[in-house]
Ligand binder design. Structure first.
Ligand code: ANZ
Length: 946
């Protein structure tokens, strides 16, 4: 029988689906293993060969673990909310739900052809109300909890209300909060309902906060930093301004320390952990209070170098700081306001990246709490509003940005050590510090000095002094910000929120999900409200507990619903939990499912999610852990980043001003222009000339200058993209070579974590290998040849070498090295004319994770009636790998003369004896006396003679 991959693959895909081979349930008798892929956004373009790379890698591992006896969960779903579908809706009027559905169908068809072991019964779609029910539920929980930093845990807000009733704000010192508030229990009791709600908002984990956002008035929406380029929107080029807006936020920052500590407990790459550590950005420093001359105002700065207090020559406020208005003198008002207007146009990212020096003097002076010196207070956008306190003490002799500022505005630069060099040359711009020595020879009015201390000691001494004298406090700051959680978009999860007296109220939990309403237009309304403002039925009836017509809004029992929707990361934050128990309609995940599946053992996905999804879902999981919903406080135990598959583009060379194309080797003889040609009509860099003529009408009459009767194309490695015609569709490969070849080839391309170009040229090799494997079973005239013959020693050696190599490789995801090992083994077995069932059966079991279709077919032909997915993973036995003989070189006085074979386990004495008495040795020994024989088993025998 021939290797007919088409029939085989279709047959088994159908059987697997019909028999639910990949369906998995809790099985207390077995250990679990949870494999997860980052679920795809189903885009209109479908999958290209780069997409399945990670899925194949995880599928191999999932299948391997199953064969090792684990109960493996390997689910798949769709991250189905998102911008492209909404943009498409705006352009064409096509409802995003419709395009999303179409795209999902196409993805599913493509995925099905590759033979993944996904349990499709567990599929989730983030846009499905049954799914986002639990996204909304989690949001409500976050709204109803605050974070206590002392117990490092989320707590119900009802607990806080009780505390306020008895102690006022005394208990808030250890809480994660937007702003420090002070009130007594009595004051709390006197507050109106709205005032109380305002106070509580300060502590909620999901809260409405005033944040600076990139606002694009023309598009009517907030934009993410990477959607803004040079102050205008990336799409459309409309002006973007910095605007303070009320937005839903998640208090991710409350979890900063836990997010940092958790990294030590998980098996991720060092580089990914480092990226997260930097993103979290823990910084230990001091908050110090400065008073203002001729004013009651006091303000606080954050510094990591408290010891540099003697070198402060000016102070700087962030333009957004409320202090700017409070401190600016009449005389400076106009200048300051003009500056504030100018900086509004710049995004925070531009401000960090840009080293242009700008700023303005407020007219006010602060008092140095150590020396009593008067220091001018400036405003500049190099100080960021959202970090520390949004105000700094500037030490130009020690900090590069302060230095540049001082130079620009001609402010004094005072070194900590009298007379030290503060010239431009002395500045180590990279380090950002002129010198790292603490102040010497300076002291406060009351005699505090830092003389003779190291920097570290000086910082500690200053901190102590500051704390003891009530000048400030020690403070740990994190760079990690709270996440802005609202989007002015249509195609996202609606917030389960309505507004009463201007304050948000949660839709009762029992009424969830709150379904996304229909709208006639997907654009913002004429009055600038988000697209949900176009819905006519988007009000909440608090009596009937249901959505109702906007016309019924009376703000007594019927209230307007929230118009923003949730961002992309909402639906992807807890999806791994939902897969454990996808049909549960009373909980996100039931106790039993959660306790059995625990968390993801192996997560495979792109490294571009390092600071987005992978921070948000860790945060989300920790919150659910606090609630007792998730039993593990880290969602993803091991994480592997797969590399990108780049495109391998092909070129043809058109002779200028003609329709004639010249082959690569001859192109230098002409004046030519390279043109991208569709890689799908090029095979091994040879152009299919007829297909080329049909490719484009303008090439129908093309002529060719060939070399050796062929048209050879040029090539280059580029991003895989439609515009470069280098997109390879996996369907085509499956059609031509089969899914098993595609799977093998994707893994054969190189190490999973590296980026590498797709190069169809090598694919034949993988196909030939599978055919050769097939031929082991059907060697002569396609006749089944497997026998019950005892395996030979050689057979077993080949087999066990393969078991060892493949088992070790899989454990470290080194699939690209397993495949050559298979090729070698199959070659050897063919040479040995091995027909032994005992050997061949095990080869099939080893191959099953990589090429499941051919393996399943052979497995059944071998007489099995259950799936190869449950074939026990072969165990390797060291004894078969032992060599029977060893070949040693025999030298005389250090000169190698010949080699001899010895039994592998021969003793030194036996080797010596055999070497000396061997026939070849006699002529070298003739007339000589043996002085010494040195035997190194496995290496050499040296006979010293004289
Ligand atoms: C005085 C000083 C002297 C500083 C010196 C540094 C070096 P990290 O480590 O990142 O936490 N800073 C504080 N708040 C800021 C803000 N909102 N925008 C911009 N810069 C800010 O950095 C903390 C240091 O960055 C602080 O310590 C402060 O400058 C500055 F030789 O204070 B330093």
């Amino acid at each position: 029988m021939e290797y007919n991959f088409r029939d085989i693959e279709q047959k088994w895909q159908k059987t697997w689906a019909a028999e639910k081979t990949y369906h998995v349930e809790i099985d207390e008798q077995k250990n679990k293993f949870y494999v997860l892929n980052m679920f795809p956004y189903p885009s209109g373009a479908g999958l290209h060969v780069g997409h399945p790379l990670g899925y194949i890698a995880s599928d191999i591992y999932a299948r391997y673990k199953r064969q090792c006896g684990y109960n493996v969960l390997n689910p798949m779903g769709y991250d189905a909310y998102g911008l492209p579908a909404e943009q498409y809706a705006i352009q064409t009027g096509q409802h995003p739900a419709v395009t999303t559905e179409t795209n999902i169908k196409r993805y599913r068809e493509q995925l099905d052809k590759i033979g993944f072991s996904f349990d499709w019964d567990r599929e989730v779609r983030t846009c499905d109300p049954k799914y986002y029910h639990w996204t909304q539920w989690a949001f409500e929980q976050m709204f109803n909890h605050f974070y206590c930093k002392k117990c490092e845990k989320a707590q119900p807000i009802s607990k806080l209300i009780k505390k306020f009733e008895t102690e006022g704000s005394a208990c808030t010192a250890h809480l994660a909060q937007s702003e420090e508030l002070h009130f007594t229990a009595d004051e709390w009791k006197q507050m109106s309902e709205v005032e109380k709600q305002q106070v509580l908002m300060n502590y909620r984990i999901a809260y409405l906060g005033e944040t600076m956002v990139n606002w694009c008035p023309k598009l009517g929406t907030v934009l993410a930093n990477d959607e803004v380029v040079d102050g205008v929107s990336e799409r459309g080029g409309y002006p973007v301004v910095q605007k303070k807006m009320k937005q839903w936020c998640l208090r991710v920052s409350a979890y900063a320390q836990r997010l940092l500590d958790g990294l030590d407990k998980i098996d991720w790459t060092d580089s990914l952990k480092e990226t997260q550590r930097n993103w979290i950005g823990r910084s230990e420093g001091t908050e110090m209070q400065f008073s203002v001359k001729d004013s009651d105002v006091k303000f606080t700065i954050f510094t990591t170098r408290a010891d540099t207090i003697f070198g402060v020559t000016f102070m700087v406020l962030a333009p957004e700081s409320e202090l700017v208005q409070q401190l600016t003198t009449e005389a400076q008002k106009a200048e300051v306001n003009a500056y504030l207007d100018a900086t509004k146009k710049r995004t925070e990212r531009e401000r960090i990246a840009d080293r242009r020096v700008t700023g303005v003097f407020t007219g006010a002076y602060a008092i140095n709490p150590f020396t009593g010196d008067e220091i001018p207070v400036w405003v500049s956008d190099y100080v960021l509003a959202g970090y520390g306190t949004g105000a700094i003490m500037a030490v130009p002799a020690h900090d590069s940005r302060d230095y540049a500022f001082a130079r620009h505005f001609d402010l004094p630069i005072v070194p900590l050590i009298e007379g030290a060099d503060v010239s431009e040359e002395s500045f180590d711009a990279k380090e950002g510090t002129v010198m790292n020595s603490p102040a010497d020879g300076k002291q406060t009015l009351n005699g505090f000095t830092l003389n003779g201390l190291s920097v570290k000691e000086a910082i500690a001494a200053t901190k102590k002094f500051v704390t003891e004298n009530n000048l400030g406090r020690v403070k740990v700051n994190f760079r990690l910000r709270d996440a802005i959680f609202s989007r002015q978009r249509y195609w996202g999860e609606p917030f389960p929120v309505y507004y009463k007296d201007g304050m948000p109220q949660m839709v009762p939990e029992a009424c969830l999900p709150l379904e996304l309403p229909e709208v006639t237009k997907f654009l913002p309304t004429e009055t600038g409200e988000p697209p949900l403002g176009n819905a006519t039925r988007w009000a909440w009836d608090t009596e009937a507990n249901c959505v109702t017509d906007n016309s019924r809004i009376d703000n007594k029992t019927v209230f307007p619903l929230e118009l923003s929707t949730m961002p992309g990361f909402a639906g992807s934050s807890a999806y791994y939990l939902r897969y454990m128990d996808p049909a549960n309609d009373t909980a996100l995940v039931g106790k039993q499912a959660d306790e059995y599946w625990q968390n993801v053992d192996l997560y495979i996905g792109g490294s571009e999610h390092a600071t987005g999804h992978l921070i948000y879902s860790r945060f989300w999981d920790k919150f659910l852990f606090d609630l007792g919903v998730s039993c593990k406080d880290e969602p993803f135990q091991k994480l592997v980043n797969q590399g990108m598959i780049q495109g391998r583009s092909n070129f043809v060379y058109r002779i200028k001003d003609t329709n004639t194309f010249v082959s690569l080797g001859l192109k230098d003889q002409y004046d030519t222009t390279p043109i991208h040609v569709d890689v799908n009509i090029v095979h091994n860099d040879v152009l299919d000339v007829e297909a080329f003529k049909q490719w484009r009408p303008e090439y129908a009459t093309a002529e060719f200058v060939l070399e050796d009767g062929k048209y050879v194309c040029g090539w280059a490695i580029e991003k895989m993209s439609k515009s470069m015609y280098n997109v390879v569709n996996p369907d085509m490969i499956v059609e031509k070579y089969g899914a098993d070849t595609l799977r093998l080839y994707e893994m054969f391309l190189g190490p999973i974590n590296q980026s590498k170009p797709w190069d169809s040229n090598g694919i034949d090799g993988c196909f030939r290998f599978l055919r050769k494997t097939w031929n082991l079973f059907y060697p002569k005239n396609g006749e089944w040849a497997v026998t019950d013959a005892e395996p030979t020693k050689e057979n077993l050696k080949t087999l066990h070498k393969l078991i060892k190599k493949v088992s070790e490789d899989i454990e470290v995801f080194s699939y690209n090295t397993s495949i050559p090992a298979f090729m070698i083994a199959v070659g050897e077995l063919a040479q040995q004319k091995c027909t032994s069932r005992a050997v061949l059966e095990q080869v099939v079991a080893l191959l099953a994770p990589f090429a499941p279709h051919i393996a399943e077919e052979l497995w059944h032909t071998l007489g099995h009636t259950t799936t190869v997915c449950d074939a026990e993973w072969p165990k390797y036995d060291e004894q078969y790998l032992k060599e029977d003989t060893q070949t040693l070189s025999i030298s005389f006085n250090g000169k190698t003369r010949f080699t001899l074979d010895f039994p592998a386990d021969a003793t030194k004495e036996a080797i010596q004896e055999a070497a000396l008495t061997s026939e070849q040795a006699q002529k070298h020994l003739e007339g000589k006396q043996v002085v010494k024989v040195i035997v190194v088993p496995g290496r050499i025998v040296n006979i010293v003679v004289k």
